[in-house]
Design a protein around this ligand. Sequence first.
Ligand code: CA
Length: 509
Amino acid sequence: MKLLSYFLLTVFTALGPLGLKGVKQQRPNVLFLFADDHAYQAISAYGSNRNRTPNIDRIANEGMIFHRAFVTNSICAPSRAVILTGKHSHLNGQLTNGMRFDGGQQTFPKLLQKGGYQTAMIGKWHLKSNPTGFDFWQVLQGQGPYYNPEMNTADGVKKITGYTTDIITDLTLEWLKNSRDKDKPFFIMSQHKAPHRNWQPGPKHLNKYDGVEITEPETLRDDYKTRSSAASTQAMTIRNHLSSNDLKLRTPGNLTPEQKAKWDAAYGPKNKAFAEAKLEGEALFKWKYQRYVKDYLRCIDSVDENVGRLLDYLDKSGLAENTVIIYSSDQGWYLGEHGWYDKRWMYEESFRTPLLVRWPKVIKPGSKNYDLVQNLDYAETALDLCGVKIPEDMQGASFVPLLKGERPSDWRKSLYYHYYEFPGAHSVRRHYGVRTDKHKLIYFYNLDAWEMYDLEQDPNELKSVYGQPKYAALTKELKTELDRLRELYKVPEDTRPVGKPKRPKPKKK
Ligand SMILES: [Ca+2]
């Protein structure tokens, strides 16, 4: 009897709870790691010639890296809305950063909740309305600061002292370890403020890259002469548009005495040397590039380190095997290409975004994907990963088959893009366009100006071939494709941002 009890106890211990959990845990957990403005050019797995990101690279080495991942509208809040809804900006209503996200609409976290998932959102939200569809949320207010953030929660505002990138990871780990319901699969979004402007490095990296010269991109001195007037009339050049806060010529105002002491110890001597050098012209421009890029890369160092902390925890806790990790950003970014910082354009650096996925035992380690995917696909992919039905009205496609190494024969061959925020910060004109495997056609509709790029001949997009006779037939094809996409995605002909009605013409007296 004693032996039987022992036997039953052993069987129960071995199979009982684990067996039950085994059934529930067949569906994977998902850890969605998201950065803000992370250029793929600043990830070593994408071949960065400026920095190393060993932890983010681990996701690529153990999973899949997407070399042709794009957004639909290269700006923060609109990208987040596309991700949540699986719908283009004109349908989810978030055309620009200034608008308030309608959290009452269908989003994938709500559908995951209904499908039995536990959902959490920690970090940068940036959609003005409170998060909906999450069992737990704790988010930065608006853009949020790099240091000592106040965070909104369902129970009110919480102020936390420390460096925001570290804090977001601390909160993510706290939820994974102590707060979640361990009988349910989870989908957690852990979203950084970094490396968004104005690139304030964390205490550990204030002096990284001191004495190092960061490589300049080939197009840093672009003169915009072979394109429409859109490229030359923006306000995002490293040469003319960085502020003294961007360049760290002033100490940030919200630091604790200890943080301030570290900051001043690092930037005081650097700024003294700069003031004494009295730089002008090209020398000043080179200095600005180095200062800007180094601060940006220092912010990435914190992000990468914190990705490592999460990977380590997943390993140690045993969660790694059944947890899909997705690393991405709300869009790409200019690290000096075309002379710029910021994003917004349909040109490659901001149109593309990093996308790396690890899914043990499903994705072949070290996989590289070159299919056209878009942030429009993230909601559908999340639902598919978690075994929840994808609603008909979502506009993207699950890329789960791509993760499995199976390319659907009807996978998209072209992408639609549409940027709306003009007038607006950095003065980038509204435009829409189509990109195929090898070509890109852009229409700046308020200027009635077209640009076209042959991406094989001109990967840096320095010379528009629009109007050249040898491209006439192809231009016609791309225009037809653009019309097809606008119809497919139900893009209204009039695409002014909501809330900005056309002004009635003043009546003549
Ligand atoms: Ca962004």
